[in-house]
Design a protein around this ligand. Structure first.
Ligand SMILES: [Zn+2]
Length: 62
């Protein structure tokens, strides 16, 4: 499963870890997160997340 990075704050959603604080069980793929899920670190919407290694890699930023 792919990790997703918050473009607003750099938080990384790891599907293996989930987001227990938001009721997301470990093993939940990013695609399966509810539409109203937001970044637990900064509150950004799902649409602010990008696949780890995609856009960031192209721009040389990690
Ligand atoms: Zn964030």
């Amino acid at each position: 499963m792919k990790k997703y990075v918050c473009t607003a704050c750099g938080y990384i959603y790891d599907p293996a870890a989930g987001d227990p604080d938001s009721g997301i069980a470990p093993g939940t793929p990013f695609e399966s997160l509810p539409d109203d899920w937001v970044c637990p670190a900064c509150g950004a919407a799902k649409s602010m997340f990008v696949e780890e290694g995609s856009a960031y890699k192209e721009h040389g930023v990690r």
